[in-house]
Design a protein around this ligand. Structure first.
Ligand code: XMP
Length: 326
């Protein structure tokens, strides 16, 4: 009989067997998969595990704290946080091309993680049990899909932590590779992973960096973060989190339009709401979010985020539109 309890027991047992007394490293993104994978390995081998969380400064409001505080509190995991915000902002300065942004973010991510990994490995170098393993949150659908390869049409380059240099020589543990997403969530709940993380909607690795149309800087990130937090809050309040797949909020940073607020003319930026319904993100339909919820989001964003004076709704399916704008 499939119960999360049994699955946890079994997986914990097999991780213990696999790892023995070696040390283990895990890159934590704040997403469901890496969090549940880390929590499982932590349950299995305790402080033989070290997690590394790279804060690239492109996260949404509250996300870094959820990993740094809530996740650590719930799991007792040993966590190294690398604050790389400045480094990412510098590397992204002035860059507007979407694929270039993705490439820069992916490359910086690997470099920062690599350095952190070396530090962790180094700090245990003269111990009896070196760092030998790297945890990956690979799910069953990923396993099946990767049989097919990337294919000719690489629409957008998806970055995941993977390509680490050979001289680090990790062996991979993929404790979730027999599970589907909903099973991973049940396992996460069983392990006490915070619900905000377990029920998180998909969020792209390059984060808000690909939701600012135009160059990324700290000020624009702050604007988008506030607008995004309001949209998420209202969608949650309306009980729509499980009905919509995700709702990117996109800042058109190089566009301005005229508005009026009180007795004053404004000249601010639009944000786009992109709520979608989907089964697997391969195709998607724009989600029919009730008008009163949209109205509430719009009112709050234009009231509370002074730089934004217009909220627009994306009513494009995928295809032809992708879910993200970049
Ligand atoms: P698109 O925009 O291609 O997005 O329709 C499909 C799904 O993938 C997410 N996405 C990413 N996830 N790294 C990720 O881990 C990425 O680089 C990336 N780009 C897009 C997107 O949020 C949607 O769920």
């Amino acid at each position: 009989e499939w119960t999360p309890g049994h699955v946890v027991e079994e997986l914990v047992e097999s991780i213990r067997e696999q790892v023995g007394e070696d040390r283990v490293l895990c890159a934590l993104s704040g997403g469901v998969d890496s969090s549940v994978a880390a929590a499982l390995v932590q349950r299995a081998v305790g402080d033989q595990l070290t997690c590394v969380f790279v804060d690239h400064g492109l996260l949404r409001e509250g996300e870094a704290e959820q990993v740094e505080k809530d996740f650590v509190e719930a799991t007792g995991v040993d966590l190294v946080v690398v604050d790389a915000q400045e480094r990412f902002l510098n590397a992204l300065a002035g860059v507007t091309d979407p694929e270039t942004k993705r490439k820069i973010i992916g490359e910086q991510f690997i470099r920062v993680f690599e350095q952190a990994a070396r530090d962790v490995v180094g700090s245990h170098a003269d111990e009896e049990h070196p760092v030998k393993w790297l945890v990956q949150g690979t799910l069953y659908p990923d396993v099946v899909e990767s049989g097919g390869g990337e294919g000719a049409a690489n629409i957008k380059s998806h970055h995941n932590v993977g390509g680490l240099p050979d001289d680090l020589q990790f062996k991979l543990i993929e404790p979730l590779r027999t599970l589907f997403k909903d099973e991973v969530r049940q396992v996460g709940l069983e392990l006490g992973v915070p619900e905000v993380i377990v029920w998180r909607q998909p969020f792209p690795g390059p984060g808000l960096g690909i939701r600012i149309i135009g160059a990324v800087d700290a000020e624009r990130l702050a604007i988008l973060r506030r607008a995004d937090a309001i949209a998420r809050e209202e969608l949650t309040r309306a009980g729509l989190d499980r009905d919509i797949w995700q709702c990117p909020v996109v800042l058109l940073a190089d566009v301005r339009s005229v508005g009026v607020q009180g007795d004053f003319r404004t000249y601010g930026h639009p944000v786009v709401l992109r709520p979608v319904a989907s089964e697997d993100a391969m195709t998607a339909d724009w989600a029919r979010v009730p008008y009163d919820v949209l109205a509430q989001i719009s009112t709050r964003i234009t009231n509370e985020v002074p730089e934004v004076n217009r909220v627009v709704l994306d009513v494009t399916s995928k295809p032809p539109g992708t879910i993200e704008w970049e």
